[in-house]
Design a protein around this ligand. Sequence first.
Ligand code: FES
Ligand SMILES: [Fe+2]
Length: 478
Amino acid sequence: MSDDAAVEAVAGTLLEQGLRNLWYPIAPSWQVGENPLGVTRLGDRIVVWRDRDGAVHALEDRCPHRGARLSLGWNLGDRLACWYHGVEIDAGGTVLDVPAVDSCPLTGKTAVRRYPCREVRGAIFAWFGDDLHQEPAELALPEQLTDDHYATMLCVATWGCNYRYAIDNVMDPMHGTYLHAQSHSMAQGNRRARLRVVPTETGFLCEKEDQRNVNFDWVEFGATGGHWMRLEIPYGKSAGPGGPFGIVGFVTPVDRETCQVYFWRVREVEGWQRDLWRFLYRTRLESLHWDVLEQDRLVLEAMAGDAREHELLYQHDTGLVRVRRFMGKEAERQAAALAGGGARAATAPAPDSGRPPVDEARIAGGAGSSARRQRFHPRPNGELEFNPWLAEPRGSKGDAATVEDFAEPLLYRWQNRARAPTDHESRLADELMATFAAGVHDLPGIARRLNESGLAGPGGGPWTAEAFSAAVRDLASP
Ligand code: FES
Ligand SMILES: [Fe+2]
């Protein structure tokens, strides 16, 4: 293979499995508890765990001794211990102890790759540097994730498609009017538009020329240490007071055929109105948003794996054409730098890459397999501990479907809701949405409407402005 062809091949692999030298979200915070979690991201097997102080760490999920997955082992508070022969590794990837022998040259060696981590707004981000960029770049997130004026709720879903289809989907505002025509937020506006691309300081904007604040009318792509997208869709009146419904999205490749989407649902809203939004979100709005997301997932998962090779694009595809060009150039740049530096591409196929990765999802797939039994996790004291999050739901391409495979996605889906709403909460949510739809947004007006509805107030008494704002504070928490 000529040098150029080799660089091109590496660039192609980077594009297909995920560009390097970027931060990516790799798990929602709630998914990483005490037990080590094994995940596959960008084709890499990674173990994510929390030390006894709650700090998150990520390491290559491969024991330096004989390659057992460290995620099957134990979390000892300041280190992981491999289940196979007990080798202990610290958060920096250094072997601290080899308990099976008196003294071992492996002790003290840094033999496991570390992925620097950050935890932001309910998600764990990891740095995926190539061999020339092991130290992380700065991650500058959109203000919706850094400014306290914005309330956010994260949703994470695993989709059975290459990650580039998920990016294309968000960079394509026009699909809102068609695919989501029956949704709560995208039924309005022109069904025909011209789109244009406008450069920004950190990327570009793709917007409809003649329509704003009606439907999904613009989307922004930014490259600031991670690749993100953001958009806004006007909320209907029934969603109550506050700004429009915003989304900040990241897409993380899992393997060539699977990705994860991380969508922060954002609203600029404060005080009792923020509590109110959280309450309505938990009781009513989240399910509407999942309906929309499922429409996206169904279309993308049903597309042929090589659909991008047989396209006939037209004017409104300008946003995704632009992002593809940007990512293609970046892949070429990274591949050329690696070739020039004589470095190995971090995405070079691993020796066992012909086998499907045994990630958290596939572990769940094999009914009765030893991996499945491993969800009952042996602790050093001999007890078995159930670890429901060792596995992650698989969506529509699960292997052997079992009751557990169906139950887990349900748990996973309603991740902003720790419990089902009570009857009283459901009625309250309905009354409130009707109140806002009628244009009543002030506290005394809300209290009056609730009293007229006959719905009992806190402690069985009448609603007042104070009683409502206090009650909604409690109701906001999941
Ligand atoms: S493979 Fe991990 S200790 Fe042997
Ligand atoms: Fe969509």
